[in-house]
Design a protein around this ligand. Structure first.
Ligand SMILES: Cc1cc2nc3c(=O)[nH]c(=O)nc-3n(C[C@H](O)[C@H](O)[C@H](O)COP(=O)(O)OP(=O)(O)OC[C@H]3O[C@@H](n4cnc5c(N)ncnc54)[C@H](O)[C@@H]3O)c2cc1C
Length: 424
């Protein structure tokens, strides 16, 4: 974003992005280094001191998100600025630093972007301009958003979504009924983006994404989930009970949906399934979050290993410990390279022919789970206690093998892409 552009113009510009592809480069520009340092400062000075408290409270950390809004880290303008970087790297760089600070609070800050990515990926320019700012609110009155795809019987199997959306032509309204599960920010969000079936017979090809505007009758929070990790992030069921939304809440618009459904019914390929389109765009960023947690645990374990003395010498002087740290660092850097590649490809619309987005998420999630587990081992008994942060980091990291497509689902996507076979 240049200093003369408004966020709306950035969104418009990116909606019709036709620019030249910047070459893929691992050398960060001065702008990217500045953004990295700025995000790191917030993570270190504001998030880290608050991490333990909000993990224990298991509540959405409104005051910390408010602080993030004050410096422009949380908000439409900030996200538009990160998106605008044509190399695609600002988004993963900022996410890595923020999740290095703390993953629970990080998810409270970045959970909204999943709904934003859906509106951005599937909405018309008018819908983007209307709804994206409402996902964030303003600096003085922050709001959050939720993306609701999963259901009790539709997790990995997105085609099993039972929530329905029926069109009431007389009123030009959609009537949505169903139950969503596991929604980050579900029920406490200002804007909910909901995946619903408009034609059950078509499976996931009959899905569409709908915006549920603030305070819509029939959209209520169900049970709040008590979790293993990322406990400062709010996760809950969302009940949709005869929830009526105006016709223009269908992302992409009715004409486009009707055309797509007609193509599918004729047996032609449909471009873009509602939930999948969101996941594809967000996977490298989710990978960057996992890398942030892994790096935090690795750095902590490295310093601990230099200071902890057993048998008369620092434990790092044992190859068993030093080699583990060497492997941790190598794995983290390898995962980051996959994330940066996929981020560049995604931003520049280079097709993920070998499921590079899935590769980046798979590798980063598994690296984070492994690295944080090894960090506990390096800290010994201390690592297993809540007095030391690696225990929390390990609990936080595990979600990266599960949400936004489990590791098994990523392997299915990758193996199908590389083989052309329908691997199950
Ligand atoms: C903290 C948290 C936040 C979340 N936030 C959101 C959110 O904001 N929005 C949203 O829509 N969803 C969200 N989810 C849901 C998340 O995306 C799902 O939990 C995930 O997709 C897995 O679905 P499931 O839990 O039903 O597991 P299941 O699909 O039941 O899978 C169970 C196990 O079976 C394996 N499995 C399933 N199918 C296959 C197969 N074909 N081959 C091999 N193995 C298979 C899985 O990999 C997994 O190991 C969240 C979940 C959590 C825990």
């Amino acid at each position: 974003m240049t200093s003369t552009q408004t966020p709306e113009e950035v969104v418009q510009e990116q909606a019709g992005d036709t620019g030249e592809k910047p070459p893929f480069s691992l050398e960060l520009s001065q702008d990217q280094k500045d953004i990295q340092e700025w995000a790191h400062g917030f993570a270190e000075n504001v998030m880290r001191p608050a991490a333990h408290e909000w993990d224990e409270k298991e509540e959405f950390p409104w005051p910390v998100v408010q602080e993030a809004a004050k410096i422009g880290l949380y908000g439409f303008e900030g996200i538009a600025q990160f998106f605008a970087d044509e190399s695609g790297l600002s988004m993963p760089i900022v996410n890595e630093e923020i999740f290095w600070g703390d993953a629970g609070i990080g998810m409270a800050i970045f959970g909204t972007t999943l709904a934003v990515a859906s509106i951005f990926g599937q909405g018309t320019p008018e819908q983007m301009g209307e709804w994206i700012p409402q996902c964030f609110g303003t600096e003085d009155d922050i709001k959050i958003a939720a993306f609701c795809s999963s259901e009790p019987d539709a997790g990995s199997d997105v085609s099993a979504v039972r929530t329905t959306a029926k069109y009431d032509e007389a009123k030009d309204e959609w009537v949505i009924n169903g139950q969503k599960a596991w929604a980050t920010n579900g029920g406490i969000a200002n804007i909910h983006v909901v995946i619903a079936s408009v034609d059950r017979e078509l499976g996931s090809r009959g899905h569409a994404a709908f915006v549920i505007p603030p305070n819509t009758k029939g959209c209520e929070q169900g049970a709040k989930v008590k979790k293993h990790g990322i406990r400062a992030s709010h996760t809950a069921d969302v009940h949709l009970d005869d929830c009526r939304v105006p016709g223009n809440c269908l992302l992409g618009g009715k004409e486009k949906l009707d055309e797509r459904l007609a193509r599918v019914r004729e047996g032609k390929k449909s471009k873009g399934q509602a939930a999948m389109a969101t996941f594809e765009a967000s996977r490298p960023v989710v990978g960057a979050q996992a890398i942030g947690i892994a790096r935090a645990a690795y750095e902590y374990a490295l310093e601990y290993a230099k200071g902890r003395v057993q048998f008369g010498k620092p434990i790092i002087e044992n190859q068993a410990i030093a080699f583990t740290l060497a492997d941790m660092k190598t794995e983290i850097d390898a995962a980051r390279l996959l994330v940066w590649r996929a981020s560049w490809m995604g931003r520049n619309q280079v097709p993920f022919e070998n499921a590079e987005g899935s590769m980046s998420k798979l590798k980063s999630g598994e690296v984070a789970t492994w690295v944080t587990e090894r960090a506990i081992q390096i800290l010994g008994g201390n690592g297993y206690t809540r007095e030391y942060p690696v225990e929390r980091m390990h609990r936080d990291a595990k979600i990266y093998d599960i949400f936004e497509g489990t590791s098994e689902i990523q392997r299915i996507v990758i193996s199908r892409a590389i083989s052309g076979h329908h691997i199950r």
